[in-house]
Design a protein around this ligand. Sequence first.
Ligand SMILES: [Zn+2]
Length: 330
Amino acid sequence: MKFLLTLLLVNLSSVAVAQAPRNLCKEIATELRELRPPLFAGRQRLFEYQQRAGIVYHAVADKIFNSYLAQDIKPKAYTDCFHSKNMSAQVERLETLLPGAFFFGTIRRLKLSSSESVRLFATDVEKALNSGSITFLDISVPSDSNSGTALKFGGFHRGQNGLYINPNQLPSHQWNLIFFHEFAHALDDSLRSAVENEAKSPLIPYLERMAKKGVWTEADEEEVRTRILSSLDRGFAAEFRAWIVAASLYYQTEKLPSVEWFEQILQFSSRFEPATEKIVYDFLSPRFVTEPKGVFADPRIFDVLTSIRESWDEVLPKMGPLKKYITYQN
Ligand SMILES: [Zn+2]
């Protein structure tokens, strides 16, 4: 243990006050440097130090989140900060606190909304986080550096029910939108059961068996339909639902900075209404096309897929339990 003899002269009030920091890295480095553990101290002193350290680290993590949202720090500030001199020893501890500061900080803000759907969403996310049903949270760069640019903003790992949003890449005015989208995935029971179904019995080997089968019974066709529907529930339909939830909450959250690319997709509609759902559907649909290749080269299998997709052109995919976060505006 490398405890040093230093009095705990940490000015907590300066940590808690939200300012507009010009050089956040320097401020944080100073705050953390002043936080030195006592050397040769008794049990009580050490306990006091640990308590104080906990408060300071949490306050610093909150400060980073607030500065990010207030756009006082540029994207990449975290990486730059964390790799600066004098910081590395403390960074590890701070980094473990940052996801909590970012995610629970967002929840705290959303719970103050005047919109019931927004408050409900925030409460449900909080419950899911506290119950451990979301298995990991990260705000750093994903280790898989091959992922596309869009993925670098954030992502939801279907198999692990974990998510990350990366403030190093994501401009802060888009934070809430991406938060809504990724956590909508995390709260999506239809997605969860589709993932479980796939794990139990993967679709492609099943379809390969069906492609080899001579004549299908009605029951065969029904099962193929159910299985393809379930697979769409992991892909296209899951994305549709998560973007609908994101759009509905985006419109209902007060004082949210506008996200131009998103409003462009929504054709600059002034409110969230059933027509907005159709706009989102029409945008996503051509981006999730399955070619008649592989098992889908079998015309019977391709027909089932096509008939499901065509039925959605008339009646949009069901929102399932996520419907409770949707509020239409008049
Ligand atoms: Zn998504």
